[in-house]
Each structure stands twice: as C-alpha cells, then as structure tokens.
Design a binder for this molecule. Structure first.
Ligand code: MG
Length: 248
C-alpha cells in the first residue's frame, strides 16, 4: 500500500500534528441522510438521534404537566393542538446539529405574530422563531428564523403557507462556571438552505418585551416546540451531538 501522508513535514501551528500527518486520525464514517421533498421527509444520517419520526410522540412530554404530549400525529407529522401547551423532548442534550421541518397552516389566519406562530426552543430557553412570514410583516426580530427578540434573520426565506420548510441549526450551548458565564451561546441557522444566522452570539435566553440576560442552567436540556395557538405542523426532527472530529 502506498504511504498515506507524511512524517517529515512541519508541525501545524498550535497542533501536535504535521502538515498532511500520516498519523492523524481519520474522520468517523457517517452515512449521510437523504433530502426531503414536499411529499416525503428525507432519511436522517446514520448517527442522528431521531426525536420525531412521524409516527409517535412517545419521545415527547407536555410542558404543562410533564404528562403525555397533547399534540396530534397523523400523515407523518405532528400538529399543534392549541391549548394543550408546548411540548418537550424526553431527551436532554447540549451542543448539536439540529434538523427540524415545519409547515405553516395552508388556511391563512391572523397577522403579524398571530399568523402561524410556534417556535423551536433550544434547551427550552433559546427560541428560533417559527412564524408564517410569507407576505406577513411583523417586527423584524420576531420574523421567521429570528433569534427572537435579539437578531433578525439575514433574509426572509419563507415558503408559501402549507409547504414544508426546513431548519438546519448548529447550536453551541453556553458554558457556565458556577454563576459566571464562561462562554455565550452561538447559533447558526439555515432555513430552506439559506443562511439566516452565521454563528451569531446570543445575548441570553429568549424574552418577550424585555432584555435577555444569561442565568446559569444545566449543560443539557430538552428541545421544546411552542404552542402559540396556531395549527403548525412538524416532521423529521433529529439531532447529532456536536463533537470534535477525533471524538467517538
Ligand atoms: Mg414563537
């Protein structure tokens, strides 16, 4: 077998490896998933943790009382049942790559924040807004894909009501050292393949009509989806823990 890499090249700055180092570990092999279409969700990658597969809400709990999630499942998706409350995963996790697909109600109702409102809450605290902003103006830090109350998305990448949209999110959880914030949270968000936030530093947990401020919380927590009274649907929800390349 031909030699792979080199043993006589200079060391990379700040690294114990040489340029093209023959001994540097190989990246883990992961089988990629497939893309979704409007009629069919794609397959998750082989190392994803599936949070919702379209068939069951067993992995989810009601935020109201910790009992079974009250939303309905059918046709390969879940739908908000207004008044039953937000739902959360049983799974608790920190930094991750997150995939979430959602569809706004085809029957358009309400305006501004009242049209197709829901939300993807990382660690139950940090909201990426879900809203129908297809020809529906609202305050910009509350539009679809906004880091709610802090940062508007770079673009409005909404599809028409009733169509499936897709969030791909990189979540870097904040790190606390006792009561002190050691590292803030960062969010990278893509909507339908368009970048909305490029490693945006967050100011703290989501607030309504108030300033964000970090408060210490556990290193892992659940993913939450918001019941804001609108008939928003979700499908194909999975995450991959964010690990370094040489970690298992
Ligand atoms: Mg919301």
């Amino acid at each position: 077998m031909a030699q792979i890499g080199y043993t006589d090249t200079p060391f990379i700055q700040g690294s114990t490896y040489r340029v093209h180092d023959a001994a540097r570990p190989q990246p883990r092999v992961v089988t990629p998933g497939t893309f979704s279409t409007q009629t069919r969700p794609g397959l998750p990658p082989s190392d994803a943790v599936v949070l919702f597969d379209g068939a069951s809400l067993d992995g989810w709990l009601s935020c109201k009382d910790g009992g079974p999630a009250g939303w309905k499942v059918g046709g390969g998706c879940m739908q908000v049942v207004p008044g039953t409350g937000s739902i959360r995963t049983r799974a608790e996790f920190g930094s991750c790559q997150l995939h979430v697909e959602f569809a706004e109600p085809k029957v358009v109702k309400g305006e501004s924040q009242g049209r197709g409102n829901s939300g993807v809450f990382l660690m139950r605290r940090y909201e990426v807004q879900v809203l129908d902003c297809y020809q529906n103006p609202t305050y910009s830090d509350g539009t679809t894909g906004a880091i709610y109350g802090q940062f508007p998305p770079l673009v409005n990448a909404c599809r028409q009501p009733g169509e499936w949209s897709c969030y791909d999110i990189v979540w870097e959880a904040p790190v606390f050292d006792g009561d002190r914030l050691a590292k803030p949270a960062f969010l990278t968000v893509m909507l339908n393949g368009l970048i909305l936030h490029n490693r945006q530093e967050l100011l703290g947990p989501t607030q309504h009509r108030a300033l964000a401020k970090y408060e210490p919380h556990p290193a892992r927590d659940a993913l939450e989806l918001q019941d804001h009274g609108d008939l928003v649907r979700f499908r194909n929800i999975w995450y991959r823990p964010l690990t370094a390349y040489d970690q298992a």
